[in-house]
Design a protein. Structure first.
Length: 204
């Protein structure tokens, strides 16, 4: 009989975000200006819209880490403001995700509750971790890039995304779960829980 595996060490939200952004930044840098109008697995977003959404999420979750108010009422066009020439919005994404990691590393960031719904702070951290992980996959698929999320992030998000799925569908943030074959990978199952088809491509 094989001995039981030791329990997986619990990583902080900041550590998990650092692992995710390290893999996200190359994908965002790989998005060329000519691809900004391309479709993505999110039917309501083209590539520009999705990058603007991600930047909006990253900025607001910095505030949530500090137990400050967030504002998701409108999404600014940060891509246009930063400028496509010279990689303006690519640099902005790298800078803002660095700030996000630092915000969640601050003392007390994972303690208590945060946000208008008064959710546990670590649950809120899972929300931004999921947004970054899944939406960067969206961008990679939309622009023909490879993307492999960090295994520890996927292991952390699997049960967290399953727990938040019902609430996320009420908010229309997730679609209905997609059926997968039995040999689907953990990340494919995570994507399917959010309503995404892991086989999505622009041609489909």
């Amino acid at each position: 009989m094989n001995p039981p595996k030791p329990p997986r060490p619990v990583k902080s939200i900041s550590e998990l975000l650092a692992a995710t952004t390290a893999r996200a930044i190359p994908v965002v840098r790989g998005v060329e200006a000519g691809a900004l109008t391309a479709p993505t697995p999110c039917a309501d977003y083209d590539v520009r819209d999705l990058i603007n959404h991600l930047l909006h999420v990253v900025v607001n979750f910095q505030a949530l880490a500090a137990k400050r108010d967030s504002d998701f009422s409108t999404t600014p066009d940060r891509v246009s403001a930063a400028g496509a020439d010279g990689g303006g919005w690519q640099r902005l994404f790298a800078d803002e995700t660095d700030r996000l990691v630092a915000a969640w590393a601050a003392a007390g960031a994972e303690d208590g509750t945060t946000g208008t719904l008064g959710l546990p702070a670590r649950t809120v951290g899972h929300m931004v971790l999921a947004d970054l992980t899944v939406h960067v996959w969206d961008l990679a698929r939309a622009t023909g890039q490879a993307y492999r999320p960090d295994p520890d992030v996927v292991a952390e998000l699997g049960p967290a995304v399953a727990d938040m799925a019902s609430m996320a569908r009420e908010w229309e943030a997730f679609g209905e779960a997609v059926s997968l074959p039995e040999d689907a990978t953990p990340f494919e199952r995570l994507l399917a829980t959010t309503g995404r088809d892991p086989r999505w491509s622009p041609a489909r």
